[in-house]
Ligand binder design. Structure first.
Ligand code: FUC
Length: 781
């Protein structure tokens, strides 16, 4: 009898431990914003699975029962290589092309561009590839019940629990930063009974049993055209509590265990510093070492270490857009309700934090930057190769980095831009354009792709690199890191500036400096011949990026006390730079001439770069541009604009800059309604992660802005977020801001000064000025 009681007690305790964190949903008013995605069924497809990642290693967890699928990624698994060519000496044709374009002979100019500047059609793309899949086949009978699956953004744990054949099963998956392994923990309420087969699957790999409990997979990323890419090794180690582990073929077997921890490690020969020279190292040995070190730690220790590292970043910001308790409803059902018109501020909190979570999970120091899919990709040939598009997409990935207090997650982007500049960026500037400095076109990839191959409407655009450099200055504005300014921001701004100085030419009619021949990203205009063209001179976005880069460069030189010949040259070029025009209908013009547009609702709204991400158009400094920009957005939206996820996300940021709470909120709702998948991934379509990051940045921009030396609190707070609170958002000048509000009005503002700079805060009609000390905390309201 006593024994039976004890067994019952053990079963009850383990049941609580197994199910506890999932079933206990807080019903009391929240003191923190929402951070858990919850579902009541396994993912039916990849787009319903839940992402985990440590920046480099990633996985999509399906939450299956008898059969679980975990799709695997590592950020450097790329097919292809750097076997592209840049047309040498193409710049000799620039004067002729420019003459034709200045004369309005767009068809002829474009023909010459195709012949002389473009490197032919764009061939097969290199692609970021999946590392493969891990399938877990559990020895379970009967139908599952009491099924739950979740992703806790606060811990980075994907958890699945269910009951099957009288046994309660719990699975936890996370990617550990400190231990560089993916960890999968399987436990059940029935001791000694856990049996599972864990199989790795992928094309172009070989398997080997490295020991009785380690399965090794070695392979190479082969491209669509057969070219070989990165070589990699992955290892799967089974650590069983009780029972036995064996390896056979591509499978690791665990039998009769109480619980099992599967550890997965992977390394490739991709060289992050100099991508065209593969690393000469023994990846297999590295993987085995990583697995050995991780296996020496207990599961609770691995878990605790990973959570602590994740929370060091994640917990810096909290956001509550409602004080009501979260509804006891799965995330997909709540999303569906919003898609049918409901309002759900808690879901917006979750969406916001998801963007932060995704950045933490796909971009940590030392990694490659987050690509079009972050690090999560199931394909061998991903859409657009899941590459680094630098005509909006990858920049958008990093919009939330500073304001959302994830400065170090910005680093992979800086490293990558510097590598690009030093290699193909400089080479293209020299060989293609006969210029100093570095250039970046519309896209690049892990191999620093740089040719201008393909259609000029996307291929011929020289501002991608300069756009990236503004991120370096933003990092300085938020962190005040002078060493970074001196050794990284200033040098890269200088490189971009040198290119622009050589690239810009005088317009013979206006005598102003203009960029070209180039496209306005991906858009076309109707030329005088009534046909669509894309290449012109002095397109507004180019002019705005040049203006931004020159100003950023000059700002950096002032901060560093640099006064040289280049400074005077840049100042002179800036004074002569053509600014965007305003059309007869009051809209900001996309091109130097007022053309009609075949696609008036085009997804790129490039000419509003000056409104966001740059803040060169502001209500106080340039009211005429603000009016023109507003008309431009209205027109685009009236013609079906904002139809891709990232485009919608950009629009939220635009409206936030107008401080138009209603319009910004309307577009947050539309982002959730039209461009968000069940797992809250952004849908271009297809899945593309930029909209998640742009959405998160947009929400923060509605709550806090810092332009023109002023912090604006709640600049675009919609009615639906009437009462709430945020902590930890950052403002330029080195401030960390905490705000609480009630019925749409701030009732508490606290500012922590990180750098000791003076601070000007605006809330409603009130402006407060403070002198601060580094480390000081100031109650403003
Ligand atoms: C840009 C966009 C497309 C897509 C692609 C990856 O070129 O115009 O919509 O997002 O990047």
């Amino acid at each position: 009898m006593a024994l039976m009681k004890k067994a019952l007690l053990v079963a009850f305790v383990s049941l609580c431990a197994l199910t506890g964190s999932l079933f206990a949903q807080s019903q009391s008013p929240a003191d923190k914003g929402e951070t858990v995605l919850r579902y009541r069924q396994p993912a039916k497809e990849w787009l319903e699975a839940l992402p985990v990642g440590n920046g480099r290693l990633g996985a999509m967890v399906f939450g299956g029962t008898a059969r679980e699928q975990i799709q695997l990624n590592e950020d450097s698994i790329w097919s292809g290589g750097g076997a592209w060519t840049i047309p040498q000496g193409a710049y000799k044709h620039l004067p002729e092309i420019r003459r034709l374009l200045f004369e309005g002979r767009y068809a002829e100019g474009e023909e010459l561009v195709r012949k002389q500047l473009l490197a032919g059609p764009r061939g097969d793309r290199n692609s970021y590839q999946t590392l493969g899949d891990l399938f877990l086949d559990a020895d379970l009978s009967g139908e599952p019940s009491e099924y739950r699956r979740s992703l806790d953004l606060d811990t980075g744990l994907a958890v699945t629990t269910f009951k099957q054949g009288g046994v309660i099963c719990r699975r936890e998956v996370f990617a550990s930063g400190p231990d560089q392994v993916l960890v999968i923990r399987l436990s059940s309420s029935s001791p000694d009974k856990l049996s599972v087969g864990a199989a790795l699957e992928r094309l172009n790999v070989q398997f080997e049993a490295a020991s009785s409990d380690v399965l090794v997979m070695r392979g190479q990323a082969v491209g669509r055209d057969g070219t070989n890419g990165v070589k990699f090794s992955a290892g799967l180690r089974g650590v069983a509590d009780g029972g036995q582990v064996t390896v056979e073929g591509n499978r690791l077997h665990v039998t009769g265990a109480n619980s099992v921890t599967l550890l997965l490690a992977t390394r490739s020969d991709y060289n992050r510093k100099s991508p065209l020279e593969p690393l000469q190292r023994n990846n297999r040995a590295l993987v085995l070492e990583t697995l050995k070190a991780a296996a020496a730690r207990s599961y609770p220790e691995l878990r605790r270490r990973a959570i602590a590292e994740h929370q060091r970043l994640f917990r810096r910001v909290d956001l509550q857009l409602t004080l009501a308790a979260p509804p006891d409803r799965p995330t997909d059902e709540r999303l569906q309700a919003v898609q049918q018109g409901a309002e759900d501020p808690g879901l917006v909190e979750l969406y916001f934090q998801y963007g932060r979570y995704l950045l933490i999970s796909s971009s940590r120091p030392g990694d490659l930057p987050a690509n079009l899919q972050g690090i999560w990709n199931k394909d061998l040939n991903a859409p657009w190769g899941a590459d680094y598009h630098i005509n909006i997409n990858i920049q958008m990935n990093y919009w939330p980095a500073e304001v959302c207090n994830l400065s170090e997650c910005h680093e992979p982007f800086f490293d990558f831009v510097e590598t690009l500049a030093a290699h193909s960026g400089r080479q293209a500037a020299r060989d293609l354009y006969g210029s100093q400095g570095f250039v970046g076109h519309y896209t690049t990839d892990a191999w620093l792709y740089m040719p201008t191959a393909g259609d000029p409407k996307w291929a011929l655009w020289q501002m991608g690199g300069a756009w990236c450099t503004r991120h370096f200055l933003e990092h300085y504005m938020y962190t005040g890191d002078r060493a970074f300014l001196k050794t990284r921001a200033y040098p890269i701004l200088r490189e971009a500036t040198l290119f622009l100085l050589d690239w810009l030419v005088e317009d013979p009619k206006t005598h102003k400096l203009v960029s070209g021949p180039s496209a306005s990203p991906e858009n076309t205009f109707l030329g005088p011949d009534g046909k669509p063209h894309s290449v012109a001179m002095g397109n507004s976005m180019d002019q705005e990026i040049a203006w931004d880069t020159f100003n950023n460069f000059l700002f950096a030189t002032r901060e560093l006390g640099i006064k040289d010949e280049l400074v005077s040259k840049v100042q002179a070029a800036l004074d002569k730079l053509a600014r965007p025009g305003i059309g007869k209908d009051g809209r900001l013009m996309e091109w130097a001439e007022e053309f009609s547009e075949p696609e008036p609702g085009h997804r790129h709204i490039s000419h509003l770069f000056g409104l966001h991400p740059s803040a060169q158009f502001t209500r106080t400094k340039t009211p005429e541009y603000m009016d023109a920009a507003r008309k431009t957005i209205d027109y685009r939206l009236a013609h079906g604009g904002g139809h891709t996820g990232w485009s919608r996300a950009w629009i939220i940021n635009f409206w936030a800059r107008f401080q138009d709470a209603n319009k910004a909120y309307e577009n947050v709702q539309l982002l959730l309604q039209k461009s968000t998948l069940k797992n809250l991934f952004d849908n271009h379509p297809p899945f593309q992660i930029d909209g998640n990051f742009g959405g998160t940045a947009g929400i923060s921009e509605m709550l806090l802005q810092s332009h023109d030396g002023e912090i604006t609190v709640l600049p675009a707070l919609p009615k639906a977020w009437g009462t709430g609170r945020f902590t930890g958002l950052r403002a330029r000048g080195g401030f960390e801001v905490e705000v609480a509000w009630k019925d749409g009005k701030a009732n508490r503002i606290q500012i922590k000064s990180l750098l000791g700079k003076p601070c000007r805060v605006r809330f409603g009609e009130t402006v407060r000025e403070l002198k601060t000390k580094a480390g000081g905390v100031y109650r403003v309201l």
